[in-house]
Write a new protein. Structure first.
Length: 119
C-alpha cells in the first residue's frame, strides 16, 4: 500500500507563493502518476496537475498553467507543487493522490492541506 502526507499549506496574500509537498511511503514502485487536486468550499474535487513517477511527464489544468509547477524527487519519494502568482480563487484544500496505471482512477489520497489566498 502507498501512504501520502501533504504539507506546506497556509495563508498568503494574492500574488504570493507557496510550495506544497506530498511525502510518499510504502509501495512507491506501484505508482504510475501522482496528482494534485483541490476542493473549494461547496465545490467538487478538481484536478490541478500530475506527474509521471517514471519519466516526469506533466499535465496541468488550464487555470494554473504558467503559475504552478509540479515536480518530483524520486530519491526522497516526494512530489512538490510550486504555486506562484496565487489568486483568491486558488483557495481550497489541496490533496495529493496516486494512480497505479492509466486505466485506474486516483484512489489513494492524503489528508489534505489548506491553502487560503487573501485579496
Amino acid at each position: 500500500q502507498v501512504q501520502l502526507v501533504e504539507s506546506g499549506g497556509g495563508l498568503v496574500q494574492a500574488g504570493g507563493s507557496l510550495r506544497l509537498s506530498c511525502a510518499t511511503s510504502g509501495r512507491t514502485s506501484t505508482i504510475y502518476t501522482t496528482g494534485w487536486f483541490r476542493q473549494a468550499p461547496g465545490k467538487g474535487r478538481e484536478f490541478v496537475a500530475n506527474i509521471r513517477w517514471n519519466g516526469g511527464n506533466t499535465n496541468y489544468v488550464g487555470s494554473v498553467k504558467g503559475r504552478f509547477t509540479i515536480s518530483r524527487d524520486n530519491a526522497n519519494n516526494t512530489v512538490y507543487l510550486q504555486m506562484n502568482s496565487l489568486k483568491p480563487e486558488d483557495t481550497a484544500v489541496y490533496y495529493c493522490g496516486v494512480q497505479r496505471d492509466a486505466q485506474t482512477p486516483y484512489n489513494i489520497w492524503g489528508q489534505g492541506t489548506q491553502v487560503t489566498v487573501s485579496s
